[in-house]
Design a protein around this ligand. Sequence first.
Ligand SMILES: [Fe+2]
Ligand SMILES: [Fe+2]
Length: 322
Amino acid sequence: MKLGELVKNPKGFKVTGIYRVSRFEVKTARNGKAYGDCLVSDYSFEVPAKYWDIPAEGVALFQQQGILRLEATLDYFKDSPQLTIDNVYLPQPEEIDQSLQELGMMAPRSLEDMVNELTDIIAQVSHEGLRALLVAMFIEDKSFSERFKRHPGAVKNHHAYIGGLLEHTLELTVGAIDHCNRNNKINKDILVAAALVHDIGKVQEIELDAFGMGIGFTREGKLLRHISLGIEMLEPFCRAVGLEKEIALMLKHCILSHHGQAEWGSPVEPMFLEAELLHYLDNLSAKTEQFSRETERLEPGAFNRSPTLRREIYRPSIDPTL
Ligand SMILES: [Fe+2]
Ligand SMILES: [Fe+2]
């Protein structure tokens, strides 16, 4: 059960499930006994939890694992939900990916399906140099492609779950292809290649926990950010496939300018059509995910201030599927 659903229940409600646990500490209660204090979270919610009289095996599990199967009871402390952990178990490896998906901590689509779609898109790029570059990067470079496949799209902002970077990249690329099919003034191969490589630097920018969720930025990420890291990562592939200078320049410019303006992290503004479109497609994918995640937390007809979107947002009371 997602935590957003769980906290709608009354005190004493029992829950069993696999959750992410973090900030675990052993503390001493007033009666002198040890207890475990931690945060239990899924993609949208976090709830503080206490494990009274925690046994030594429990301490070891919490210290070694970031995802655990918990049996817990819902409680309220000063009107805020809190969990009392009754038992803790190590989940089976095969349960983990499915649980991550149920908790919204992994992309809703299967990673394999998304990789197949990516491979098909690359095969349809008609410019030989660009296709060779994309094959070398996303198919032949196993160390990069395996990381790219599971990497989150962000630590917090959007697509911040396992497989989120691939999902976001495909959203942009499919949107790009769709737009090109309705407009013959666009260089489709450049836009598709730019969409595929625009965020590759995130693989080096975001630091991951044991399960592959983003927990912060790496040293390279803090010092260089994903736009410059992406340019650095692209360069050896351009050289290896002997990409024409003008095409390589255009691709690099698309990466550099995809955030649109200096204030949002781009050192240059988009200077040609494909770069401008990439910026809008990137924003479109990010905003779609942010709005749908933020409204999921709201009751129909309710408003809330969104720190990510920096404005008040509203969840319409009509069913979005109608
Ligand atoms: Fe980006
Ligand atoms: Fe992006």
